[in-house]
Design a protein around this ligand. Structure first.
Ligand code: NAI
Ligand code: 15L
Length: 274
């Protein structure tokens, strides 16, 4: 697939959207921005809800691809998740199908498989001990369930309509890791941009699921499907390890929030504030 030039970035006002607004233009993208909240210093951004089907049709018209980050990014009451993440993602796919957009990169999450056991063993883990991308989905929250739905929706739109998707099960994409768990899941913003670019430009992806993290020494999951797209991570959370472990202690496998991939989402999920 030739490098898409005009990219619709949904969720542009959010944390990851803000990081990608600054990083993706260097890869040659012209960004069209979409969010239910105004995007600071971006008067041309489209301020609309994913529930607004007409706004979505207009937003996707003429773009080469969509990076779909918009939605509730933490746990919330089911009705809210249903509206924003489940119906909202369906509305986006319908708009893209009608307007002939060939590819979507979908921000899935580790929480689609959050009840998967976190691998134990000496660091770095044996490649055979890493969580494979084909592991059964085990959402840890309604939020994780909505990401599971998004992946299935993506599969349906590929099989039925030929609309391609890369579903990126993002670990933790923040400027720095802030917990011992994040040492395993951290996706540096620069590697995030590399991974999204690879997902937008690789040939013939159909519907591909990848894990999204940097090349962390303490990696828990298998990055091979991401690498097959051309993703070459350059960062590693290890320089943050000593300080985080000194402050928070080592992971304790008797603690469910440490022994599952989804961390504290399995018993004390952070709640969406809006
Ligand atoms: P965020 O909460 O900072 O940003 C989400 C954005 O979506 C917000 O600006 C919000 O206004 C917008 N939004 C929410 N509902 C909307 C609606 N109905 N219509 C239009 N816009 C709406 O979240 P963040 O961290 O930037 O994450 C972006 C995406 O990546 C989310 O889908 C999240 O689930 C996913 N993700 C993020 C991870 C991370 O480490 N940051 C990890 C795994 C997944
Ligand atoms: C996510 O899916 C959330 O959107 C993000 O805010 C983090 O909580 C991340 O997972 C994580 O598991 O660290």
């Amino acid at each position: 697939m030739p490098a898409p030039r005009t990219l619709l970035l949904t969720g542009a006002a959010g944390g990851l959207g803000t990081l990608m607004r600054s990083l993706l233009p260097a890869y040659g993208y012209t960004l069209r921005l979409f969010d239910v909240r105004p995007v600071e210093d971006e008067p041309d951004a489209i301020t609309a809800d994913l529930a607004d089907k007409e706004a979505l049709r207009e937003a996707v018209r003429g773009v080469d691809a969509v990076l779909h980050l918009a939605g509730i990014s933490l746990e919330a009451p089911f009705e809210k998740i249903l509206k924003a993440n489940i119906e909202g993602t369906y509305n986006l796919y319908e708009a893209a199908r009608h307007e002939g957009v060939p590819r979507i990169v979908f921000a899935s999450s580790n929480h689609a498989v959050g009840y998967t056991a976190a691998p134990q063993g000496a660091v770095p883990l044996d490649p055979g001990a890493l969580i494979p991308v084909g592991t059964p989905r085990r959402p840890d929250t309604f939020y994780g369930l909505s990401k599971s739905f998004g992946e299935d929706l993506a599969q349906l739109y590929w099989d039925r309509h030929g609309l391609e998707t890369v579903s990126v099960r993002i670990g933790s994409c923040f400027p720095e890791p802030t917990s011992v768990r994040m040492l395993s899941l951290w996706l540096s913003p620069a590697d995030g941009a590399r991974l999204f670019h690879a997902s937008l430009t690789a040939e013939e992806v159909g519907h591909t699921v990848v894990y999204g993290s940097s090349a962390n020494t303490r990696l828990w999951w298998d990055l091979s499907s991401a690498r097959a797209l051309g993703y070459e991570p350059r960062d590693d959370s290890e320089p943050y390890a000593a300080e985080l472990i000194a402050a928070q202690g080592e992971m304790d496998s008797a603690n469910p929030a440490h022994s599952h991939l989804g961390g504290h989402f399995v018993n004390d999920p952070p709640i969406w504030p809006y």
